[in-house]
Design a protein. Structure first.
Length: 325
């Protein structure tokens, strides 16, 4: 990730927010109304929280309104996205450290597809900023903390210089309770499974695949290992792919099964779960023999990534059954 030049050129206006000048005015009025004795001397904009989970229903309040008082950094993530598990904690750590100079808004793309599409997100993790109701992309993918910090510093300075927006400081420890509630689960007791998770977290996809297979060789029913293996294999398949070329190939050659498989992988990594499933169900429908089997097997592999209990998996299994039988 290269730090962006925070000139605010090329930002995308969000229709739900008014002009930046009005946002700045509202911010000044809000600060004046709170005054020094408003009861939240250490509060961040919006009531003291510097990290918030955001849904489509709360987006206007948690993001658009807050962006008139402090830059809002949006982290688009998903539970199944391994790079998200690296980036998310880093952003949360920095949000607490910056103590109200920006607000971190976390958006689960699986639960908020409308927001995902509104921002034109191409893949996750993806990080955007909203200042005075205006959105701009910051970066995509996991990145070292030093580079993330540089981007945040540019963002905060741009908000101050161009919009007069500065976040209010929070008291030390204000976010400690939520942080404790969001603590990562205990590592698995199985050393082999722990080693597989560590390899995946470190980006050693080949090592992770082998480690998960080792676990499954002794415990074929291990759900956690199956999920980890499916994730590692998926990430390995999409590494180095040119997303634009893959999508062009899939559109130009609908009968090319390999092109459809690659496009489905990218769909899933980008959070377009139903698109990925629908593409492969349709490929199964119009193919036969080895091509049909390849599409069917890939679809089952992607089911493993999302999880058998997910409603989208259940619906796609039904569609697959109708096509096959």
């Amino acid at each position: 990730m290269q730090p962006r030049n925070m000139s605010m050129s090329g930002v995308v206006d969000l229709a739900a927010v008014k002009a930046a000048g009005e946002a700045k005015q509202k911010a000044e009025e809000a600060r004046a109304q709170r005054g020094p004795s408003a009861g939240q001397p250490g509060g961040a904009p919006g009531g003291g929280q510097v990290i918030v989970d955001v849904s489509e229903a709360t987006f206007e309040h948690e993001v658009l309104q807050r962006s008139a008082e402090a830059p809002v950094v949006i982290d688009f993530w998903a539970e199944w996205c391994e790079p998200c598990k690296q980036l998310g904690p880093a952003l949360e750590k920095l949000a607490r450290e910056y103590a109200g100079r920006f607000v971190l808004a976390k958006v689960d793309v699986d639960q908020n597809q409308a927001l995902f599409q509104q921002f034109g997100v191409q893949g996750i993790p993806a990080v955007f900023a909203v200042i005075a109701g205006q959105a701009l992309p910051l970066f995509q993918g996991a990145a070292p903390e030093a580079q993330i910090r540089q981007v945040l510093d540019q963002l905060i300075e741009a908000a101050k210089q161009q919009f007069g927006i500065e976040g209010a400081p929070v008291e030390p420890g204000a976010e400690e309770a939520p942080a404790a509630e969001q603590a990562a689960p205990e590592p698995p007791a199985d050393p082999a499974l722990a080693a597989a998770h560590s390899a995946l977290d470190a980006g050693d996809l080949g090592g992770a695949v082998q480690a998960y297979r080792n676990v499954l060789s002794g415990d074929p029913g291990n759900i956690e290992a199956k999920l980890g293996l499916a994730q590692a294999e998926l990430l390995g398949r999409v590494q180095g792919l040119d997303a634009n070329q893959v999508r062009k190939d899939a559109a130009d050659r609908p009968a090319d099964v390999e092109a459809q498989l690659r496009a489905a992988d990218l769909d899933l990594v980008g959070g377009h779960v139903e698109d990925a499933f629908g593409r492969l169900v349709e490929t199964v429908r119009r193919t036969a023999g080895e091509d049909r089997e390849a599409a069917r097997v890939r679809l089952l592999e992607l089911f493993e990534v999302i999880g058998a209990e997910d409603p989208r998996v259940i619906a796609a299994r039904g569609a697959l059954a109708r096509v096959l039988f």
